[in-house]
Write a protein that binds this ligand. Structure first.
Ligand code: EPZ
Length: 419
């Protein structure tokens, strides 16, 4: 079983590139199903979740070629619209394939995506919207058996919660529908805008992505194109947490600072200095300890992102004072607190609220990653802790961070992967 071994208390210094966004690559790969021709995606990160998405595409009959961070998908000849349970379970977000497959094939048969470490991950908003777009969906024995006669039909939709995945499924199903779809209370995440930009480059007519109301005028056909995936804002935030927690001075390159607007003020509140450039951000940690953050409330974009909650909590664990976190997006996204406590962190949980009492020091310990961003939090803590930290179950981390130990080592981090 692979583990990460970290010896902490080395201030990170230097520059690091941010790779392409996992949460943009996945819906973009699903979108290739709609395109006639060979789609080429650049800056697609080399992650296990991306590999899982490529396996689904290959199973559907696409020709998939990967050279480093470039993925080419030829979806001219699809062989079917069913995805087996084994592939659906690889990745919770594989539900984002439903809208695209149904719109292209006229039917789709997928198993319910596994729940995940963040509590129940329902898909009711996805199914309700897709039914209004004309997809008939039978849910039995954990399988979604979906058919549509002819094309999907444009509709007026409102999401009760600005779900990222549901918004993506709606864009993918409505892009080639008959008629116009108006989606109200859409998610505004940059990954939504990236998907809409890609679809429009393929011939779609989508307006308003990134705002609360998105209009999708259905078109008959989408032609494949080339596209470069946006930078991963959560990976950027994680690197900044590593710099802040170790008292370091790090410049992250190939970033999109605009996408970090909900996060950067938290680092400033902790006493860090930020130099923001066009495609880079430099964080210089304060002399001495970080200051506590009054309260961090996770919100839909452009608010503070739930995916940054765990790594920021790891940095706040060392702050001088108490910090309060409120997790408003997921049911149970504090599993990393118990692991951080094993390293000396003092975190009290009460439902959606976590009270973090800053301590002057964390100590290396054997810990286990509970989920993707919880695992990232353990890396942040391990880099700042006294002594050695061993992190197990790092498959969670590899889902969203490309060879994290090779990225951090050039900054001085004493981190290596061991069998
Ligand atoms: C996407 O998940 C991201 N994943 C998540 O990142 C991210 O945390 C989340 O958006 C919020 O920003 C990908 O893009 C692959 P949601 P998604 O639908 O689409 C509830 C990471 O670490 N909900 O916006 O699943 C849901 O249970 C991952 O990279 C319903 O109730 O998020 C959750 O509480 C983790 N019914 C909330 O809404 C539904 O039909 C937000 O979910 C759908 C969602």
């Amino acid at each position: 079983m692979e583990r990460l071994l970290i010896t902490g208390q080395v201030p990170l210094r230097g520059e690091i590139d941010v790779h392409g966004a996992k949460n943009s690559s996945l819906p973009l790969l699903a979108a290739t199903v709609l395109c006639h021709g060979e789609t080429v995606l650049h800056n697609c990160p080399e992650l296990s979740d991306v590999t899982a998405a490529c396996e689904i595409l290959s199973y559907l009959g696409c020709k998939v070629r990967r050279e480093g961070r470039t993925v080419a998908v030829d979806a001219r000849n699809l062989s079917g619209g069913s995805v087996p349970d084994s592939l659906m379970r690889e990745m919770r977000s594989s539900i984002v394939f439903l809208g695209a497959i149904a719109a292209r094939m006229g039917y789709a048969k997928l198993s319910f995506p596994g729940g995940c470490e963040l509590g129940p991950r329902p898909i009711d908003l996805h199914l309700h919207a897709l039914r209004k777009l004309g997809l008939s969906i039978r849910e039995e024995h954990g399988v979604l058996d979906c058919t549509v006669s002819g094309r999907m039909q444009g509709a007026n939709l409102t999401l009760s919660f600005p779900s990222v995945g549901a918004t993506e499924n709606i864009l993918l199903a409505a892009a080639t529908a008959e008629g116009t779809t108006v989606l109200t209370n859409a998610a505004r995440e940059p990954e939504i805008t990236d998907l809409a930009d890609f679809l429009n480059r393929c011939g779609a007519k989508i307006h308003g992505a990134g705002e609360g109301v998105i209009t999708i005028e259905g078109v008959d056909r989408l032609e494949a194109c080339e596209h470069t995936v946006i930078p991963d804002r959560i990976v950027a935030a994680t690197y900044l947490c590593c710099a802040a927690a170790t008292g370091g001075d790090v410049r992250i390159r190939q970033a999109e600072p605009r996408h970090l607007a909900g996060i950067l003020p938290v680092f400033e509140e902790m006493g860090c200095r930020l130099d923001v450039e066009k495609t880079a951000v430099r964080l210089t940690a304060p002399e001495g300890r970080l200051r506590a953050v009054r309260d961090v409330r996770t919100m839909p974009y452009p608010g503070f992102p739930t995916d940054a909650q765990a790594p920021v909590m790891a940095a706040a664990a060392l702050a001088d004072g108490n910090s309060i976190f409120v997790e408003n997006i997921f049911e149970s996204r504090y599993k990393h607190a118990a692991e951080l406590a094993r390293m000396g962190a003092r975190i009290k949980l009460e439902g959606r609220v976590a009270l973090v009492e800053g301590v002057p020091r964390l100590y290396g310990a054997p810990v286990a990653a509970t989920d993707l961003r919880g695992g990232a939090a353990l890396i942040v803590a391990g880099l700042a802790a006294e002594g050695e930290t061993e992190i197990r179950d790092i498959k969670h981390i590899d889902r969203g961070y490309e060879r994290i130990e090779e990225c951090l080592a050039p900054l001085g981090a004493n981190i290596r992967r061991a069998e």
